[in-house]
Each structure stands twice: as C-alpha cells, then as structure tokens.
Design a binder for this molecule. Structure first.
Ligand SMILES: Nc1ncnc2c1ncn2[C@@H]1O[C@H](COP(=O)(O)OP(=O)(O)OP(=O)(O)O)[C@@H](O)[C@H]1O
Length: 210
C-alpha cells in the first residue's frame, strides 16, 4: 500500500533528514515518533504527495506519487489519501456535512459513506451545525471525518492527539484505527505524544537532520 524507498530530503537552509525506508500493507499501522523539530511533519508531507523529495520513490496503492503531474497528483491524493493535519483544515463557517461534501465534490461518485462516518465519530447529530459552533474535540472529529469522506486507502494523521486529554486522546486513536480497519486502509500517525505509543505496536523514531 505504502512504500518509501531511498528517500532523501532537505530544505534549502537545513541539513538533510534521515528518512527510513517504509513498507506498509493495506490495513497496516505505523507510528512515527520523534522530538519536536525532528522532521515528522516533513516526512508526512512527503508521504502525502505534498513535498517532493530530492531523491527516492514514494508509492501509494502501486502508484509512484511524484511521477504524476500536479493536477493528476491532486486528484490521486483526493481519492486515495486522507490527511488529518495538525491544524484542522476545515471550513468553520460551513456545516459539518458541507465540509464532507466539499471533499466528496473533488472525487465524483463518493459520499455514500458520509452518514456512517459521522455516526461512527459521534457527530451525526451535529451535521447541520456550523463547525465554528462546535467544541474543539468535535471540530477535530469533523476534520477526521472529512479526511475519511472518500474512503482513502491511506490515512495520515499529524499529531491528532495534541490538544486532547487522556480520555479523548485514546478515543481518537481508537477511532482512527477503527475507521482504517473498516476500509482496509493503511494508517500512519506522526506524533511526539508518548501516550500514543501504547496503542500502535509498529513504530519508528525519526532523529531529525543529520
Ligand atoms: N518550509 C521549511 N523551510 C525550511 N525549514 C523548514 C521548513 N519546514 C520545516 N522546517 C524545519 O525542518 C525541521 C523539521 O520540521 P517538522 O515540522 O517536520 O518537524 P516536526 O518533527 O513535525 O516538529 P513538531 O513536532 O514540532 O511539529 C524544523 O527544524 C523546521 O524548522
């Protein structure tokens, strides 16, 4: 489902990052740990097709991401990769269900699972509410729902528990795992939150720039 091979990356002003090879099957889970600034978000962006490495290949669902042209890559990402960003990328003036429909809009024919996803995440009753009227935890579940709206084959989550208490942090990880297993998706979580460690056995730690 996901492979990273011989990937090398550096920002213009930084040292190169140590980026391990990764192989993850459908339904597999991976936790990427590392201190703040160690390059976790950078690696996630490379996996998401948002940041082209200087070297190496990233394949998702058998497709070499960076061999795709810009618009093809955007379309591929929209149908195959669900990203839960560190800072929620949801539109707070729109309702919960409108946020999901926008994601569906970019991938024609999807959207049939929206009701189930919102129910699983416990926000179906709030679907008509504008996101700005929700609590932080609810808004975060909307961003998870939106990432799942097109039943991606690969789910990427950047620090999904950062602003949550222990109980809700555990809940969010379980929800992500449950959703991933329901769609047989691969799940990659990056975090420096040690609490997440107990929930996912397959782990790697990144050390940052050399
Ligand atoms: N666009 C950029 N240009 C130059 N340097 C960058 C850029 N983005 C990030 N960096 C640097 O690369 C390093 C890794 O950043 P990154 O955001 O990947 O770390 P992180 O492990 O996700 O950190 P955190 O846990 O704090 O979110 C940092 O030193 C950061 O300052």
């Amino acid at each position: 489902m996901l492979t990273l091979q011989n990937v090398a990356f550096k920002y213009e002003t930084s040292q190169p990052f140590d980026i391990p090879d990764i192989h993850l099957d459908a339904g597999g889970e991976l936790l990427i740990l590392g201190k703040s600034g160690s390059g976790k978000t950078t690696i996630l962006n490379i996996i998401a097709g948002l940041l082209q490495p200087q070297k190496g290949t990233v394949t998702v669902n058998g497709v070499d991401l960076y061999s795709l042209s810009g618009s093809k890559l955007d379309k591929f990402r929209g149908s195959n990769i669900g990203i839960i960003f560190q800072k929620p990328h949801i539109l707070s003036a729109l309702s919960v269900e409108e946020n999901l429909k926008i994601a569906n809009y970019f991938v024609s024919g999807k959207g049939d699972q929206n009701e189930q996803i919102l129910k699983n995440l416990g926000i179906w009753e709030k679907r008509k509410q504008r996101v700005q009227t929700l609590s932080e935890g609810e808004a975060q579940r909307v961003s998870i729902a939106r990432a799942l709206a097109n039943q991606p084959k690969l789910i990427l989550a950047d620090e999904p528990t950062a602003s949550l208490d222990d109980e809700n942090a555990a809940k969010v990880i379980k929800l992500l795992q449950h959703q991933a297993s329901q769609f047989q998706a691969a799940l990659v979580i990056v975090t420096h939150d040690q609490r997440v460690k107990n929930h996912i056995a397959n782990q790697l730690t990144v050390g940052g720039a050399r």
